[in-house]
Design a protein around this ligand. Structure first.
Ligand code: ATP
Length: 288
């Protein structure tokens, strides 16, 4: 089990995390929901030992404090992260990238079993094991990144926006694989902007706003909370959202002026509703 108590992080004078406390049990998927800049990546990097926290902050794995450990020691303790952007070695093959994940002592001797497990999770990687990583599609590269993290036999897996830029098909393939990983007893901490799909496979979720946890609910409650769904993009990935915001030239030529005005008005009204919901929630929080 992963427990974080009172995590606070400064970047110079900027307070990026303010007393964040969360926990993830084995066999559980927990999603962190938060707008851009809320501190989601900082939270994962801090837990991984890549970013320093304040002295009073504490992080435990299975009751053992890892608060001041180096990143490689934290991986040895059973915590593995799939970073945003994947950080693969593009000139190495799929298999070579996967084997790089098997370096911790905890995974040595079990490389074949772990590799079998990864290939079962992502059969495409078995077919492509000799392919250079940089020549794979975004979704396939994401599978390599998750597979590499799984090669260290983690008890807790953390993923930073794994669905970013993925096609809906690959996205749902990835989420299905995460659900299978959870069944094997691994706890998963997921940072996602694809709210609907991530909540669909999660047990619980935390809301992170400007470095503070402002809510914790079961995934079922969050998935039915209209304010949450609207505030966090309604389950549209950032790439899809950018695509839908920009009407293509062909669409513009096809549309008549009334459709365009209706589109602009709808976007403005959605924006105002989201801003109202956010400021209403923040005020409720202050009153409490
Ligand atoms: P996004 O979804 O856009 O990636 P996020 O929720 O992951 O956002 P973080 O990347 O953790 O947010 O950033 C939290 C805050 O800390 C932001 O205000 C960001 O500008 C700031 N920040 C992040 N990294 C650094 C850094 N290395 N130096 C200074 N400020 C930083």
């Amino acid at each position: 089990m992963l427990e974080c108590h009172d995590l606070s992080v400064f970047y110079g004078p900027h307070l990026a995390l303010a007393g964040v406390s969360i926990n993830i049990k084995r066999g559980e998927i927990v999603t962190i929901l938060g707008a851009n800049g809320a501190g989601k990546s900082t939270l994962l990097k801090t837990i991984s030992g890549l970013v320093d926290h304040e002295d009073e902050s504490e992080i435990f794995i299975d009751g053992r404090s890892i608060s001041d450990w180096d990143p490689h020691q934290i991986v040895e303790a059973g915590l593995s992260m799939v970073p945003e952007g994947r950080d693969l070695f593009g000139e190495l093959t799929v298999l070579e990238n996967l084997m790089l994940g098997a370096y911790p002592r905890r995974a040595r001797g079990e490389e074949t079993t772990n590799l079998d497990h990864v290939m079962t999770l992502f059969p495409k990687l078995a077919e492509r094991r000799k392919q250079m990583a940089r020549t794979m599609s975004g979704g396939e590269q994401q599978m390599v990144a998750v597979g590499r993290a799984m090669m260290s036999a983690p008890s807790i897996l953390m993923l930073d926006e794994p669905s970013l830029g993925l096609s809906p098909l690959l996205c749902s393939e990835l989420f299905k694989a995460l659900a299978k990983i959870r069944k094997s007893g691994v706890g998963i901490l997921l940072v996602e902007q694809n709210v609907k799909q991530s909540l669909a496979i999660s047990d619980r979720g935390y809301l992170l706003e400007t470095g503070r946890i402002t809510g914790e609910e079961s995934a079922e409650v969050l998935a039915n909370d209209q304010a949450v769904l609207r505030a966090y993009l309604g389950g549209i990935t950032r790439l899809e959202s950018r695509r839908s915001e920009r009407l293509s030239t062909r669409e513009i030529l096809k549309s008549n002026i009334h459709d365009l005005i209706k589109h602009a008005e709808q976007r403005q009204s959605d924006h105002i509703t989201t801003m109202r919901l956010r400021s209403g929630d923040a005020q409720d929080q202050q009153r409490r």
